[in-house]
Design a protein around this ligand. Structure first.
Ligand code: ZN
Length: 392
């Protein structure tokens, strides 16, 4: 069965104007203008959908989601539950990178790998980072190289914590060794092999990274710091890191009033990056979804501990578009093509012939109305029509 999507206002993420898309076997097999009577037997083999009035974009890629749950800092009762399929699809996410966080003890790599496989079986595309906050870190095979070479789903290591009271206070030597192992593992396994670094609110910020780049032979592309918009001065360092050629990842859903420190929301961080002349090709955004998220009132008092939502990813990108901070296509790149390139995700992040048919349909007000993952409709009229196991 082929699917013909007519009259889409297409962003690949590059702006293409009004186009038709032909899908088959979960792939994009044609982009252009097609007659409805594409084939004499079209009514049997072609399902035709009219996308007039919709923007059609690549499915979003979220490279930082605690798919098996996160948290635990307030004790066992604060461990967050596993994510469900429809939470991701309603947020427009068709490709997800799962990872462990602060808790590398009660959460396991085996559990993470199984959850990633489950989401893949339910229709998404999934990958994982091996590791957790700590160093030496968690692996599946007993070695960093081994995981990258032998386990398909492992594309890098993370989130390894630096500059955080919850990190293992890694020395430069420990980080250099990790980087070296991941570099060679990535080469041998044909993977990105990057280190996705959780940067906390500690004193040193990105200083260890600048030291690593200066004092080792590891390229700057090896280390990708995330949460860099969590404090004003950390973002300043991140601007510098980007200008030196490094890739940085911003965390969506961070708001200035949320935690008492001078956090910078993603749209404001983008404004700042533009101002200093940063390369937008080296910026990505992820949600940190499904981890625990403490909520504070105006006075900074802890009100409750909630679960971070992956929906913040599109909410922040949408704000960038509606506030005209970046063009529609450049804003989309932050959660599509930039991520796929950085993580070397084949057939992802771009609508082009041969790539997976991962698509998001947005209405004029940029609401997510429909989502297709590998050609399968997961969300229709804003409602999940495919549910994961055990979802109501
Ligand atoms: Zn983190």
């Amino acid at each position: 069965m082929l699917t013909l999507i007519k009259n889409a206002h297409l962003f690949t993420p590059k702006k293409q104007g009004i186009k038709d898309l032909l899908l088959g076997a979960g792939k994009i097999i044609g982009i252009g203008e097609y007659e409805n009577d594409l084939h004499p037997l079209n009514s049997l083999i072609v399902k035709i959908m009219d996308a007039e009035g919709y923007y059609v974009t690549p499915g979003f890629i979220d490279q930082h989601v605690h798919i098996t749950g996160g948290g635990g800092e307030q004790g066992p009762a604060s461990r967050t539950p596993e994510i469900m399929l429809s939470q991701l699809t309603t947020a427009g996410i068709t490709t997800v990178v799962g990872l462990l966080g602060v808790d590398g003890i009660t959460r396991s790599m085996a559990g993470l790998h199984a959850k990633a496989r489950a989401l893949e079986l339910e229709g998404l595309s999934t990958f994982i980072y091996s590791g957790a906050y700590e160093l030496p870190t968690r692996t599946l095979t007993g070695s960093i190289r081994g995981d990258l070479v032998l386990i398909n789903k492992v594309i890098g290591f993370g989130e390894i914590a630096i500059s955080d009271h919850r990190s293992t206070q890694p020395t430069l030597e420990m980080l250099a060794k990790l980087g070296a192992e991941a570099r060679v593992g990535g080469m041998l396994g044909g993977k990105a092999g990057i280190i996705h670094l959780h940067v906390g609110e500690g004193k040193k910020g990105l200083t260890p990274l600048f030291d690593l780049i200066e004092n080792t032979d590891l390229p700057i592309s090896q280390f990708v710091p995330t949460h860099v918009n969590r404090i004003d001065w950390l973002l300043k360092q991140a601007c510098q890191y980007n200008l030196q050629g490094g890739m940085i990842d911003l965390t969506a859903g961070i708001y200035p009033q949320s935690d008492g420190v001078h956090a910078v929301d993603v749209p404001s961080a983008i404004e700042r990056l533009i101002k200093v002349g940063a390369s937008m090709n080296r910026v990505t955004v992820s949600s940190d979804g499904n981890g625990s998220m403490p909520r504070f009132d105006n006075k900074g008092e802890l009100v409750s501990v909630g679960v971070g939502s992956v929906e913040v990813l599109w909410q922040d990108i949408r704000k960038i578009i509606t506030n005209k901070l970046l063009s529609f296509e450049d804003a989309l790149s932050l959660i599509t093509s930039n991520v796929a390139k950085q993580l070397r995700l084949e057939n992802k992040g771009e609508i082009k012939v041969g790539n997976d048919a991962d698509l998001v349909f947005l209405d004029k007000d940029l609401n997510i109305k429909m989502v297709m993952a590998k050609g399968r409709t997961m969300l229709q009229e804003g409602k999940a029509i495919v549910k994961g196991a055990y979802e109501a």
